[in-house]
Design a protein around this ligand. Structure first.
Ligand code: CUA
Length: 278
């Protein structure tokens, strides 16, 4: 582009100066019309350029649209809600939210489902955007070459909580150990404070954050203790979790979760203990 820019502008300024209107000199260039050779050349050159561009474009378009047929890809069902993400691994029996864990160096096939309004799945460092449309299944695949934590974002305006509809992708070198961690049954409730936490959970959280197989309104919390972030963005620790529970909308404006500021500090601590059990 720079090359074309310099050539065209150089000729342009040369002509401006060379053929400017001057006193006493009337310069009329030779009048010509039509030059078949020139016309053929400047028609052929763009045709050739377009053909050269079309070859990789077409082959890559088909390559990207190809659904993996080989056995060695990981299938993940992604569901977008206002304003959070659910990730389900049907073949592994795992369901989690907000943090997508994928293996390094293995293709991951994502199938998108929408429940409310338009969203768009975007992990800038790993691939392009894919719109999520209620009533229609969309698909894409990712292939993380390097382990690490990748920033993910909803890229389609979806309401007041859109700007913080974030998620993370963790590309794991040792994916099977993450799977094992997810599948390990939780420790039995061993203390009165955990039992109290469970009661508080059932009274205050269960109607949206059902542990299993109930209508979904909020992210599942079974694997919450393993998450690195709260609400998709805020670092996960007990202090931040307390802040979140007291009023999540301060941290994530537009969030649909109501505040639980009516619980005492001690009750919140019990609830947090229960949520944080591994
Ligand atoms: Cu979901 Cu923007």
């Amino acid at each position: 582009m720079l090359f074309v820019f310099i050539v065209v502008l150089s000729i342009f300024f040369y002509v401006l100066v060379r053929f400017r209107k001057r006193k006493n000199i009337s310069y009329t260039p030779k009048q010509i019309e039509g030059n078949s050779l020139l016309e053929i050349i400047w028609t052929l050159i763009p045709i050739i350029l377009l053909i050269i561009l079309a070859i990789p474009t077409i082959s890559h378009t088909f390559y990207l649209a190809k659904e993996p047929t080989e056995k060695d890809f990981l299938f993940i069902k992604v569901t977008a809600y206002q304003y959070w993400w659910e990730f389900e691994y049907p073949n592994l029996g795992i369901k989690t939210a907000q943090e997508l864990h994928i293996p390094v160096g293995k293709k991951v096939f994502l199938e998108f489902h929408g429940k409310d309004v338009l969203h768009s799945f975007w992990v800038p460092a790993l691939g392009g955007k894919t719109d999520i449309i209620p009533g229609k299944v969309t698909k894409m695949w990712l292939d993380a070459k390097y382990p690490g934590e990748y920033y993910g974002k909803c890229a389609e305006f979806c309401g007041s909580g859109h700007s913080l509809m974030n998620f993370k992708v963790f590309a794991e070198k040792n994916f099977s150990s993450w799977v094992a961690k997810m599948k390990k049954p939780k420790k039995e409730l061993s203390s009165p404070i955990l039992a109290e936490g469970k009661t508080l959970f059932m009274q205050n959280c269960m109607s949206c954050h059902a542990l299993e197989n109930a209508p979904i309104k909020g992210p599942e919390l079974n694997s919450f203790a393993f998450r690195k972030y709260i609400g998709g963005s805020m670092l996960h620790n007990e202090r931040n979790l307390k802040k979140w529970l007291k009023d999540p909308s301060v941290i994530k404006p537009g969030v649909k979760m109501p505040k639980i500021d009516y619980l005492s500090d001690r009750e919140l601590d019990a609830l947090i203990k229960y949520l944080e059990r591994k």
